[in-house]
Design a protein around this ligand. Structure first.
Ligand code: URA
Length: 447
């Protein structure tokens, strides 16, 4: 069949066989598949859905679109974590160095922002000099010496996901179970892992809006991942409220560094998620006997500075100068602020009520950051890393009328770029007159 014939077959709701899926994915490399073909096929896959067999074929074809990493020398120690995407979701950034500080190996092939959800790679690129695209040799060196690296797909490593990911981001084809599963697991299958944590988010700013939809996706992810031979554990977690206090690119690196320094005032919410997921990987690789021991071991890497040191070594291994890396782990806030710059204009979110914070709308805040240049609307958009939101309070905290609860760092043209910016900021906060329970992030686990 020709490429248009394959698209027509899927459009008409028929099942593509493994050879046909392989032909389509292979066509990306040979350029027989053009952007218009890819957009149409993704939409057909999105609308008609994919059988389990099709999803497995798509995942393995994408995995095999490039080379695969191999770690015979580190067998039993190679782990990773991947999230379906959220607002303020910077878990991977402190987690990878923390795991490396516990002697695990973390070859983390990560993603860019999709829709309003931020991307780990975009955040890391706000560090001057940070290179996300590494050669196989550079990855092997980084994992062998430092123990962790956070990098992108490349022309050699899963080029099919690299290509399809950018097309999905701008063709309204992100929220398809089949496309999410193949995208995530093809990256993880390239990494030659022993254990994997998948964090499947539900809520207003997540791809899956309800816990039931997230659970359904988590079950499929779990099944395909185990079928690929990866010991997998899935968390289904809440994504109505932002994770931690910061949303944006440079600002989330600042917050990740604060956790790795175990600075007072760092986000407990973020710390608990990182310790839980890291602790679980320590348990899955038999580094500890209980999840409690695992959580404490991760926490200890923040308290004793070993995760911060690994972060320092990792970013140098990925192109950052020794001077900048040293400055970022120093205690000099003004130097850190001059490297990870935030926008000059500060808008405040002010509460109109007295009471307790019931919720903070992560969808609206994520949209503000995206529209002001922190995320993409076209695949060629260049990001403005300096856009960010800092929450001064979180869910459950008491608040007074007229008290500020958030600061938006933006450029001078913010209200022209996104006229709803101030309205969205103000209406993101919901205050209750009675006390509010702390956030329960973890809804369910599968593993
Ligand atoms: N992360 C990915 O890598 N792919 C998706 O489709 C969603 C989240």
């Amino acid at each position: 069949l020709s490429i248009p014939d394959l698209i027509a077959k899927k459009r008409d709701g028929l099942e593509l066989n493994p050879e046909e899926i392989q032909q389509f994915i292979g066509g990306i490399k040979t350029r027989d598949v053009q952007d218009c073909h890819a957009g149409a096929m993704l939409m057909a896959m999105f609308l008609k859905g994919m059988t389990e067999g099709e999803i497995c074929s798509l995942t393995t074809s994408m995995r095999d679109s490039g080379e695969r990493l191999k770690w015979p020398q580190f067998r039993g120690l190679v782990v990773d974590k991947h999230s379906t995407g959220g607002i303020g979701d910077k878990i991977s950034i402190p987690l990878a160095p923390a795991l490396a500080a516990c002697q695990l190996k973390v070859p983390m092939m990560s993603g860019r922002g999709l829709g309003i959800t931020g991307g780990t790679l975009d955040k890391l690129e706000s560090i001057p000099g940070y290179r996300t695209q590494l050669t196989d040799e550079q990855i092997v060196k980084l994992i062998s010496t430092v123990g962790c690296g956070i990098f992108s797909q490349s022309p050699k490593l899963n080029p099919a996901d690299r290509y399809l990911y950018s097309i999905r981001d701008v063709t309204a084809t992100v929220s398809s179970n089949a496309l999410i599963i193949s995208s995530i697991l093809s990256k993880k299958a390239v990494e030659d892992l022993d254990a994997l944590i998948l964090d499947v988010k539900y809520g207003i700013s997540a791809v899956m809006k309800t816990p039931e939809l997230a659970e359904n996706l988590a079950h499929s992810l779990y099944k395909v991942s185990e079928m690929l031979g990866i010991r997998t554990y899935c968390y289904i977690t809440e994504m109505n409220n932002p994770i931690g206090y910061c949303i944006g690119n440079a600002i989330e690196i600042q917050e990740s560094i604060d956790l790795m320094k175990y600075k007072s005032g760092h986000s407990n919410d973020l710390e608990e998620l990182v310790c839980e997921q890291g602790g679980r990987l320590l348990l899955l690789t038999d580094k500890v006997k209980t999840i409690e021991q695992g959580r404490e071991m991760i926490r200890e890497t923040f308290k004793n500075g070993s995760a911060l040191q690994k972060f320092h070594d990792m970013i140098i291994g990925q192109g950052v100068s020794e001077t900048i890396a040293k400055q970022l782990i120093s205690d000099d806030e003004s130097i850190i602020g001059s490297i990870l710059k935030l926008g000059d204009v500060h808008y405040q979110g002010i509460s109109s009520d007295t009471g307790f914070i019931q919720s903070i709308d992560s969808f609206k805040l994520g949209t503000i950051v995206q529209r002001l240049g922190g995320g993409r609307l076209k695949s060629t958009d260049k990001l403005d890393y300096s856009v960010g939101i800092r929450l001064l309070k979180h869910v459950g905290d008491p608040i007074q009328q007229n008290e500020p609860w958030a600061i938006l760092y933006a450029d001078t043209d913010a209200t022209q770029r996104y006229p709803k910016v101030l309205d969205d900021l103000t209406t993101s906060l919901i205050v209750s007159s009675s006390s509010v329970e702390p956030l329960q992030r973890i809804y369910k686990v599968i593993g």
